[in-house]
Ligand binder design. Structure first.
Ligand SMILES: [Zn+2]
Length: 219
């Protein structure tokens, strides 16, 4: 499994991971963002963090004859939900979960795909992880190399607690992050081992400039 993942870290990699198929799309967006499509039986699928280049997503849906039944977002930062409205207008509903306490979880089945949603505040107060079979979608909580900044609606202590929580999960889960920071995918174990990589002052400053530029384009 790990070999498969490391071999296929190329953009737009498609992998068959147990029952569901995870399609990782390099959609550009704010900064090397990923949109995910998780395909279950009969081509019904869900989409996580619809953002970036529409064309990449729409062509994937068309070419694979997918029936996207729902959109999910890992957190409410605009670079993770840019295209939610667009796809809602096309009839794909956004499914949200009313989770209040840290690590509170909810199980749902959408399009035949069983999804466990866990609230993991820190990068952002509403950050969530989605676990589908042996895959975990971590948004900006945890990347292949490093963790997300807490400077935009987050909290360091909460993030620390959430990372500690992640260490209680199966370390062999395949991690699918919100951005390509240090890699497209790894095991949860590898990513947790890299999680001491807090964004440096230099990275924070670079990010600040990028956020400003990004906000300008959205106006
Ligand atoms: Zn974010």
């Amino acid at each position: 499994m790990t070999n498969n993942v490391t071999k296929n870290v190329e953009k737009n990699a498609k992998k068959l991971v147990s029952g569901v198929k995870v399609i990782q799309l390099s959609v550009g967006g704010f900064d090397n963002n990923f949109t995910y499509i998780v395909v279950g039986e009969n081509n019904s699928a869900i989409m996580i963090d619809p953002t970036g280049t529409k064309k990449v997503i729409e062509e994937t849906i068309k070419n694979n004859k997918l029936n996207i039944v729902a959109q999910l977002v890992t957190h409410s930062h605009p670079d993770h939900c840019e295209l939610v409205d667009y796809f809602e207008k096309k009839g794909i509903k956004l499914v949200e979960f009313d989770l209040k306490k840290s690590f509170e979880e909810k199980e749902t089945i959408l399009g035949g795909i069983k999804i466990k949603t866990i609230l993991v505040p820190g990068h952002m107060s509403d950050s969530k992880c989605y676990i589908i079979e042996n895959n975990i979608f971590t948004g900006d909580t945890l990347f292949v190399k490093g963790v997300g900044t807490t400077h935009y609606g987050g909290n360091d202590l909460e993030l620390e607690k959430s990372l500690n929580y992640l260490t209680t999960l199966d370390p062999n889960l395949i991690l699918w992050p919100g951005h390509n920071y240090g890699g497209a995918s790894s095991t949860l174990r590898t990513a947790l081992n890299n999680s001491f990589n807090k964004p440096s002052k230099k990275t924070q400053d670079k990010l600040k400039t990028k956020v400003k530029e990004y906000e300008k384009t959205k106006r």
